[in-house]
Design a protein around this ligand. Structure first.
Ligand SMILES: *[C@@H]1O[C@H](CO)[C@@H](O)[C@H](O)[C@H]1NC(C)=O
Ligand SMILES: *[C@@H]1O[C@H](CO)[C@@H](O)[C@H](O)[C@H]1NC(C)=O
Ligand SMILES: *[C@@H]1O[C@H](CO)[C@@H](O)[C@H](O)[C@H]1NC(C)=O
Ligand SMILES: *[C@@H]1O[C@H](CO)[C@@H](O)[C@H](O)[C@H]1NC(C)=O
Length: 740
C-alpha cells in the first residue's frame, strides 16, 4: 500500500451503513446531517458493485468509509477504505439542482474508481499521475453512465472534461502526460488538466479504438497482474497489448503488435493533432495529413474511423485505420473498404471519440452541408458539433478558403435542436458578428442569424421551465446572447422586462438559474439595449445614488456600458468621467480601466469613445492613467482612421508637454507597430470575405432595408474584440482544474 493513501479520522461523527457482497460501506457525518447521506450511500453501493463487475476484480477490503468534512484540502481524497469529501459533495442538499447532483455523483465515483486505479495498483512514481487520474476520471463517467443512462453524463464529460482538454494549450504551458518530476512542488503541479482531462480523453480514445470490451479486458489483466504493486506506463500498455492480440478482429491488422508505440505516441507528445482529410475525386484516393496544432513537430499513431453517405454507422467507434506517425499518407478508398462516390460525404472520427481535430476539403464540406440541410439527424450530434469546433481556429485566423461553404453549413441550424452543436458554433457566429458590425452586410447577417436562432430561442426561453434545469446554462446563455445581438424581438423584450423587474422591483431572475452568473450578466447587458431614453436615464440616476459596495452598483456599471446607442453612450461617459464628474462612481484609476474595458467589449462604443476623448482629453489627461488607456485603445485604430488618430495624437502630445502632466507610461509613438495591431485580423477578414459574405447573404435573403445601425463618422465598428470571452474561458479552466 502506498504511503500517500494512509489516513485516520478522529471524530464524534455518526454514520449510516450498508453491507453488500461482504463489503460494509458507511457514510460518516455530523450526527445532525446523518440522513443527508442516504442518496450517496445508495450511489456508492451500486457503484462499487458495478466497478467490480465491469473490471472483473472485487473490492479488496472488508469496509469502505466515506467521511463528510467541513473543509478538505482539495475536494476529495481517495485514501484506501476511508475516502474523505467536502460535505457538500457527499450530503444531499434539499434544493439540489440536477446538474450539481450529477457532478457530485461522478465525483464520488471518481474516488471509488481510485480504489482500483491508484490504490490496488499504484504508479511507481509521480511521473505517471495520469494513470491514476486519467483512468479514474474517465471511468467514473463510464460507470455512472452505465448505471444511469438516462442522465447522459457523457455529455457532461464532453463539456467539463473534453472541451477543456481540447483548448487547454491555448492558455497554459503544455507538457507530455508522462513527465518526470522530483520535488514536492513539481509533484503538486502535475495534478493538472493534463493528468485529469487530457489523459481521460486519450484513454477514452483507446477504449473506443480497441473495442470497449477488449480494452476493458486489458484493464482486467493490468489490475490482476499488478495488484498490490507498482507499475509504469509500459505495464498498462502491455496489458492492453495482450488483450488486443487475443481479439480475433485485429488479427489481420499490421499494427497489432504496436500497442506500445501507438500509446507512447500519445503519452509522450505535448500537443494535439489536426488531421486533414483531402479526397482526390479523380482517382478515389484519400490523402491523410497530420500536423500538430503547434509549430512543434510531433507525430502520432491516430485511430481513424469513417462514416459515409452509404454507411452512416456512427455507433461503431472502433479503429478502422491507424494513420501511422508520418506527415502524409495516401490510401485508396478500397483499402479502407469504403463505399464512397464522388458526391457522397465522408466524416472521420465518429462521435469524436478520438482526441484530435479533423479538417476536410471544401467539396466534402459541401457534401456534408447538403446532408445537414436534407436531414441533419443522419450525422451524429457529436460530429455536427465537431465540424464547428474543428473549423473555429481556422476561421478566427482567416485561414479558411471559402466562407460560402461555412454559411451553407450554418443553414441547417434553423432545425438544430441539440445544444451541443450550438455551443460549438456560438463563438464562430459571434466572431462574424463582431467583424461584420458596421458593414453593409451586417443587417443581412443579423437577419440570417435571426432565422437560424429563433426556433431554439423560443424553445429554450418560452416553454415549460422544468425542461430547463438539466440543460447547460452556458449554452442557454450563448443562445440568448446570439438572439439578442441580432435583434430578435422576443429576446429583446424578454431581457428588457427582466432588467426592469430586477432594477426597479428587485425581482431577482437569477433564482431560476442556480449557480451561474453568466446568464445574469448577459440578460443585463442585452436588456439595457432595449431601454427607452427615460429608462436609461433612470438607471443612471440610480447608479449615482447606489452604494458602490453593492451588487446593484456592479450590475449597473456592468450593464450600462452595453448600450449600442451613441447618444446614450456619450451621455453615460459624461456622467462617469465628463467635465463635472467627481470620483464618486469609480476612482481615477478605475475609470480609465473601465473606459478601456467598455471600448474593447462593446464594438458599438468605439466611435463614441473616440469622440469623447477628442472633446475631453484635457480633462481626462489629469489622470496619470489616461495615457495607458489611450495607448491601449490605439491598438484598435483601423488603417483608414489613421489621419484622424494622428491629429488627435498630436493634440494630446502637445497638451501633455505644455502642462507637464505625468503619466504612468509614455505616449505611444504615432507610427508604432502597436497602433491598429488588434484590429489587423479583422481588417484582413473584411478584405477577404466581406464581399463574399454580402453576396451570399443577398442571394439567400430577400434584400432588406437598413436596420438603423448608426454609422458614425469615426466608426471603428467593424473591429473585433473578444477579450472577456477568452478570459472567462481561461478562468473556468483554472477553476475546474482546482476543483477536481
Ligand atoms: C491520386 O490523385 C492525387 C491527387 O491528384 C495524387 O496525389 C495521388 O498520387 C493519386 N494516387 C494514385 C494512386 O494515383
Ligand atoms: C432522418 O434521419 C434519421 C436518422 O437516420 C431517421 O431516423 C429519420 O427517419 C430521417 N428523417 C427523414 C424525414 O427522412
Ligand atoms: C467598416 O465600416 C465602415 C462604416 O461603418 C465602412 O465604411 C467600411 O467600408 C467598413 N469596412 C472597412 C474594411 O473599413
Ligand atoms: C458642467 O457643469 C456646468 C455648470 O453647472 C454646466 O454648465 C455644464 O453643462 C456641465 N457639463 C456637463 C457636460 O454636464
Amino acid at each position: 500500500m502506498s504511503t500517500y493513501l494512509v489516513a485516520f479520522v478522529i471524530s464524534n461523527f455518526d454514520h449510516i451503513s450498508e453491507t453488500y457482497r461482504g463489503v460494509t460501506q458507511s457514510i460518516y457525518s455530523s450526527p445532525t446531517s446523518k440522513d443527508k447521506g442516504r442518496s450517496a450511500l445508495k450511489n456508492v453501493v451500486l457503484t462499487v458493485a458495478a466497478l467490480e463487475d465491469y473490471f472483473g476484480v472485487s473490492y479488496m477490503l472488508p469496509k469502505l468509509d466515506y467521511v463528510a468534512l467541513k473543509k478538505n484540502q482539495g475536494a476529495a481524497m481517495e485514501n484506501w477504505g476511508l475516502i474523505t469529501f467536502r460535505d457538500d459533495s457527499l450530503l444531499s442538499q434539499d434544493d439540489a439542482d440536477k446538474h450539481k447532483t450529477l457532478k457530485h455523483k461522478v465525483m464520488q465515483n471518481h474516488e471509488i474508481s481510485h480504489q482500483w486505479f491508484g490504490n490496488l495498483v499504484s504508479p511507481e512514481w509521480w511521473s505517471y499521475v495520469w494513470m491514476n487520474e486519467g483512468l479514474a476520471t474517465y471511468f467514473s463517467y463510464v460507470i455512472t453512465d452505465l448505471l444511469h443512462p438516462e442522465d447522459n453524463v457523457m455529455e457532461i464529460f464532453n463539456r467539463d472534461e473534453a472541451e477543456h482538454a481540447y483548448s487547454y494549450s491555448s492558455f497554459f504551458d503544455v507538457r507530455p502526460m508522462t513527465y518526470y518530476v522530483e520535488t514536492e512542488s513539481e509533484i503538486m503541479k502535475v495534478f493538472d488538466i493534463i493528468s485529469y482531462k487530457r489523459a481521460a480523453c486519450v484513454i477514452k480514445m483507446f477504449h473506443h479504438a480497441f473495442h470497449q470490451k477488449t480494452f476493458v479486458q486489458g484493464i482486467n489483466r493490468y489490475l490482476k497482474t499488478f495488484q498490490y504493486s507498482v507499475v509504469s506506463e509500459m505495464d498498462l500498455f502491455d496489458s492492453i497489448q495482450g488483450a488486443v492480440l487475443e481479439d480475433p478482429r485485429f488479427q489481420d491488422q499490421h499494427w497489432k503488435h504496436l500497442v506500445r508505440h501507438i500509446m507512447l505516441s500519445w503519452t509522450h507528445s505535448e500537443w494535439l493533432p489536426i488531421v486533414s482529410i483531402v479526397r482526390n475525386y479523380e482517382n478515389n484516393t484519400i490523402t491523410l495529413r497530420q500536423r500538430s496544432i503547434h509549430s512543434k513537430t510531433e507525430h502520432w499513431w491516430i485511430p481513424l474511423n469513417f462514416a459515409t453517405t452509404q454507411s452512416p454507422s456512427f455507433e461503431q467507434t472502433h479503429v478502422e485505420f491507424f494513420m501511422p506517425p508520418v506527415m502524409e499518407h495516401t490510401v485508396t478508398v478500397e483499402e479502407l473498404r469504403l463505399q464512397l462516390a464522388g458526391r457522397d460525404w465522408l466524416i472521420v472520427n465518429k462521435q469524436q471519440t478520438g482526441f484530435y481535430h479533423v479538417l476536410y476539403d471544401t467539396d466534402n464540406l459541401h457534401a456534408i452541408a447538403r446532408q445537414l440541410q436534407s436531414n441533419h439527424s443522419v450525422i451524429h450530434a457529436m460530429n455536427r458539433a465537431a465540424l464547428f469546433q474543428d473549423l473555429a481556429p481556422l476561421i478566427e485566423r482567416n485561414e479558411f478558403e471559402s466562407v460560402d461553404v461555412l454559411f451553407e453549413l450554418f443553414k441547417y441550424l434553423e432545425f438544430e435542436d441539440d445544444l451541443t452543436p450550438w455551443s460549438q458554433v456560438a463563438n464562430t457566429i459571434e466572431f462574424f458578428d463582431n467583424n461584420l458590425y458596421g458593414t453593409t452586410a451586417y443587417s443581412l447577417f443579423k437577419q440570417y442569424v435571426r432565422r437560424l436562432v429563433t426556433p431554439t430561442f423560443l424553445r429554450l426561453f418560452h416553454k415549460d421551465k422544468t425542461e430547463v434545469v438539466t440543460m447547460d446554462i452556458l449554452v442557454r446563455t450563448d443562445i440568448l446572447h446570439m438572439a439578442c445581438r441580432v435583434g430578435m424581438p422576443e429576446c429583446l423584450d424578454y431581457t428588457h422586462r427582466l432588467v426592469l423587474e430586477y432594477v426597479f422591483k428587485n425581482i431577482n431572475f437569477e433564482s431560476d438559474y442556480p449557480d451561474y452568473y453568466a446568464i445574469h450578466d448577459t440578460i443585463l447587458c442585452m436588456g439595457v439595449r432595449q431601454l427607452s431614453d427615460e429608462e436609461f436615464q433612470k438607471l443612471i440616476d440610480l447608479l449615482i445614488v447606489t452604494d458602490p459596495n453593492t451588487a446593484m452598483h456592479d450590475d449597473l456599471i456592468y450593464s450600462l456600458r452595453c448600450t449600442r446607442n451613441h447618444r446614450r453612450m456619450h451621455h453615460y461617459l459624461n456622467v462617469l468621467v465628463g467635465e463635472n464628474f467627481t470620483y464618486n462612481l469609480l476612482n481615477e484609476r478605475e475609470s480609465m480601466f473601465y473606459l478601456a474595458y467598455v471600448f474593447k467589449s462593446n464594438v458599438a462604443s468605439r466611435s463614441s469613445i473616440w469622440h469623447f476623448i477628442n472633446q475631453n482629453y484635457k480633462q481626462l489627461a489629469r489622470s496619470p492613467h489616461f495615457v495607458t488607456l489611450f495607448n491601449d485603445i490605439a491598438e484598435f485604430v483601423p488603417e483608414r482612421q489613421r489621419p484622424y488618430f494622428a491629429t488627435l495624437h498630436r493634440n494630446i502630445d502637445a497638451y501633455l508637454r505644455a502642462e507637464h502632466l505625468s503619466s504612468k507610461e509614455p505616449l505611444i509613438p504615432v507610427d508604432s507597430r502597436r497602433v491598429g495591431k488588434k484590429i489587423r485580423n479583422s481588417e484582413e477578414f473584411l478584405d477577404k470575405f466581406e464581399h463574399q459574405i454580402h453576396n451570399w447573404l443577398l442571394k439567400e435573403l430577400s434584400p432588406a432595408g437598413s436596420d438603423g445601425t448608426y454609422a458614425a463618422s469615426f466608426s471603428v465598428g467593424n473591429g473585433s474584440a473578444r477579450p472577456s470571452s477568452l478570459l472567462s474561458a481561461a478562468g473556468n479552466i483554472v477553476r475546474s482544474a482546482i476543483g477536481v
